[in-house]
Design a protein around this ligand. Sequence first.
Ligand code: HEM
Length: 412
Amino acid sequence: METSETFIDSLLRQLPFDIGTDEFVQNPYRFYDEARRASGPVHRTPSGDVVVLGYFEARAVLSDPRFGHGARTAQDRTGYGVPARTFLLTDPPGHTRQRERVRRAFTAREMLSLRRRIGDVAAGLVREAARSGTADVVADVARPLSARVVGDLIGVPEDLRDRFAQAAALLVRGMDPPGLIAPDTRERIARARVWLARDIGAALRRPAGAGILRALARGADGRPARAETVATCAQLVAAGYETTVGLIGNGMHALLQHPDQLAWLTAGGHSEQACAAAVEELLRYDPPIQLAPRCALVDADIAGTPVPRGTVVFVLLGAANRDPRAFPEPHRLRLDRQPRHLAFGLGAHYCLGAALSRLEATAALTHLLARRPRPTGHPVSYSPARIARSIQSLHVRLDPAEGHRGSVAAER
Ligand code: HEM
């Protein structure tokens, strides 16, 4: 187990607030606000690194090629929970080449073909979950939906699906500063990395593979590029499973917390189209990934603040999404906004799974709203993870029979 301090670990000492507390897990936005009020949109840490809290500054960093991963954030990747050589932590031109190989699986045509399947899976899960009149949105709908959709897309063999889902939950936890993770959980994360890599290797060797695994197994020149392929698949598992679970759980919770907005959406017939628009505000309001790290590859600046080469820049996506300069009344969920949020990042590393997650969340929401979700009074529990933010269980009452449901079928 690694013991030296990673750049992610340095977050614990350098941020102007303590992310180790339960208060932070419950509501990080209060802390972001206080920090932004105290130091403005760009905060300089005691060691000279930088924390970006402002929306415009976050956009500037993420879309500026002077900021990438370079040596510090890329080499020091142990806290990120993904193996080396993954393109999330590489810079062009290597990044561009690796990303292109995976991007082909996420084309608009591919998404269109997945849309019906996602709708059917979501409908079935919600129907089953609603049978008894109460359900856990996360355990009964979000998690199995995400596992099936991403499992299909990647081409995870049936017998390995549960293991991949378990690994995904652990890898996401492994993105946090190791100092915040109990030693036994760190051991489990380390073991999961090893067996996930082994399982991916085994799946790649099967002749009748499917999805991205099969496409990647062939390699660019027809021969498998093994280490890179395994790393890419592991990254898709880490990036793809739990994030969408977070979006559906956090999003449903936000709606229950804002009954006026829930009523507004429901009154409009909660069509698939209206739910798709609502998902954008839900992504702004409580994004499942809170931090995107970067490193200054050359001497650069952020909105005039000099940032010497080698400086680590922590872009707080959750803080940027609540910057009052960009979003008036940022702490209010307002479904009539059309927010240009940063939940999926921006620039060269913009999330490849954005369209897929949007489809999943829209389908889940459309079918859940058709059964009039109401709070049960059961407390909500959050995952202890800090960089990923997701509700772990969200109990709701649901009508066993579906009410009027916009135009899900008609729009297909
Ligand atoms: C609501 C769900 C999701 C959220 C909030 C999310 C968020 C993000 C963010 C913020 C980044 C950029 C990180 C950075 O710039 O450092 C990213 C990158 C990425 N995401 Fe997602 N993601 C989601 C779902 C997915 C899914 C479902 C997949 C795949 C099945 C996926 C695959 C990826 C990949 C491959 C990258 C790396 C892209 C690159 O480095 O070029 N994501 N995601």
